[in-house]
Design a binder for this molecule. Structure first.
Ligand code: FAD
Ligand code: NAP
Length: 322
């Protein structure tokens, strides 16, 4: 068992954690990044990324994250291949324990553990991810220009994704398992008023149908939850929008979370309910959930952390001088 100490401890190596590391290292905070089970974060699970600024040509998600990690290491951040399993945030330095028993102590802590999309759990869904099945219309909608698409879900995310997809497709179907939506009234009104969106009520997806060869998704096999009847909807894109799980279990009881389990931060900052602990990226964001917003809030977290440490260290020096 080894104890690793640093001024700035970062959990997570997605765009938020690595951006915090780049800024933190350049501010002299010698960050340690604990990478978790998915080094590079969610973007390592995708191929084409077309909306991260700075690249005129299409880039690949894993390549972008490799570049971010190399940039962070180049300016002095240290990467640790570990996953945190226990936290103690009662005193500074904060003390965290990895799954092999190593101890990590940080004067400040930046949490960038992300969020994962919820899936329906069908074998065909798993098999068709990236071949017509997606959980992010903002990320992948562009690839379905002029094609028939469907969104599954009935909350704000599903309705926003359906409306977003009308920018690319004039045939969008929202599929919901009940006969009323959970989404806010104003979003529902926009959805129902849109000429290119139709809603299928009381329907569950039983299978994402593979067209074989390179065809990808060609249809959805649907079950009517009221009549039990099966039907088929021809689509080339299926967007699952049934919610996200923020990776915050570890912090329950240690930090304030909102009603959906996301880390609560002060508006316009990355400050959490514990002074010296900052949260950035998807773990504190249920609205935008983009690589660029995660990177932006990662930068904010490092700046907030640097200011916090400077104030705390000044106070300690003033006390010592008394
Ligand atoms: P994540 O990328 O989720 O990273 C979380 C990190 O936390 C991981 O490194 C994980 O290992 C680590 N972690 C978790 N728990 C622990 C723990 N206990 N201890 C230590 N580490 C831990 N966005 C775009 O802008 N453009 C796109 O084209 C795009 N395409 C996407 C395609 C797919 C298939 C997916 C799934 C997402 C896509 N996104 C896209 C969304 C984007 O990937 C996310 O918004 C972004 O990755 C969030 O960054 P993050 O740093 O907050 O978290
Ligand atoms: P959500 O509100 O939890 O809605 C999830 C939807 O998916 C529900 O309609 C649910 O159906 C359906 N669903 C869940 N599991 C399913 C399954 N296995 N099969 C089929 N359907 C399933 O999630 P969300 O829409 O992602 O929103 C999460 C939070 O973020 C909410 O608080 C939301 O208000 C907020 N948010 C806000 C904005 C905004 O303010 N613009 C945008 C996005 C999200 P039931 O209705 O039958 O349960």
């Amino acid at each position: 068992m080894t104890t690793h100490t640093t001024r700035m401890l970062i959990l997570g190596s997605g765009p938020a954690g690595l951006s915090a590391a780049i800024y933190g290292a350049r501010a002299g905070m010698q960050p340690i990044v604990v990478q978790g089970i998915q080094p590079g974060g969610q973007l390592t699970t995708t191929t084409d990324v077309e909306n991260y600024p700075g690249f005129a040509d299409v880039i690949q998600g894993p390549w972008l994250m490799e570049q971010m990690q190399r940039q962070a290491e180049h300016v002095g951040a240290r990467m640790m291949w570990d996953t945190i399993t226990q936290v103690d945030l009662t005193n500074r330095p904060f003390r965290l324990i990895g799954d092999g028993g190593d101890v990590y102590e940080g004067e400040v802590l930046v949490i960038a553990t992300g969020a994962q999309a919820k899936w329906l759990g069908l074998d065909s869904e798993e098999a068709m991810k990236g071949k017509g099945v997606s959980a992010c219309a903002t990320c992948d909608g562009f690839f379905y220009r002029g094609k028939k698409v469907a969104v599954i879900g009935g909350g704000n995310t599903a309705v926003e994704e359906a409306l977003y997809l009308t920018n690319h497709s004039d045939d969008v179907t929202l599929i919901h398992r009940r006969d009323s939506l959970r989404a806010e009234r104003i979003l529902q009104e926009r959805l129902f008023a849109h000429p290119n969106v139709k809603v299928l009520w009381n329907k569950e997806v039983r299978e994402f149908v593979d067209g074989g060869g390179n065809a990808g998704l060609v249809a959805l096999d649907l079950l009517d939850t009221v009549t039990g009847e099966h039907s088929r909807l021809d689509v080339e894109g299926g967007f699952v929008a049934i919610g996200h799980h923020p990776a915050t279990e570890l912090f329950r009881g240690h930090l304030e979370l909102d009603s959906d389990g996301y880390i609560a931060v002060e508006t316009g900052s990355t400050r959490t309910s514990v002074p010296g602990v900052f949260a950035c990226g998807d773990v504190a964001d249920k609205v935008y959930r983009q690589a660029v917003t995660a990177a932006g809030t990662g930068c904010m977290a490092a700046l907030d952390a640097e200011r916090f440490l400077a104030a705390a260290e000044f106070e300690e020096l003033a006390k010592a001088a008394e």
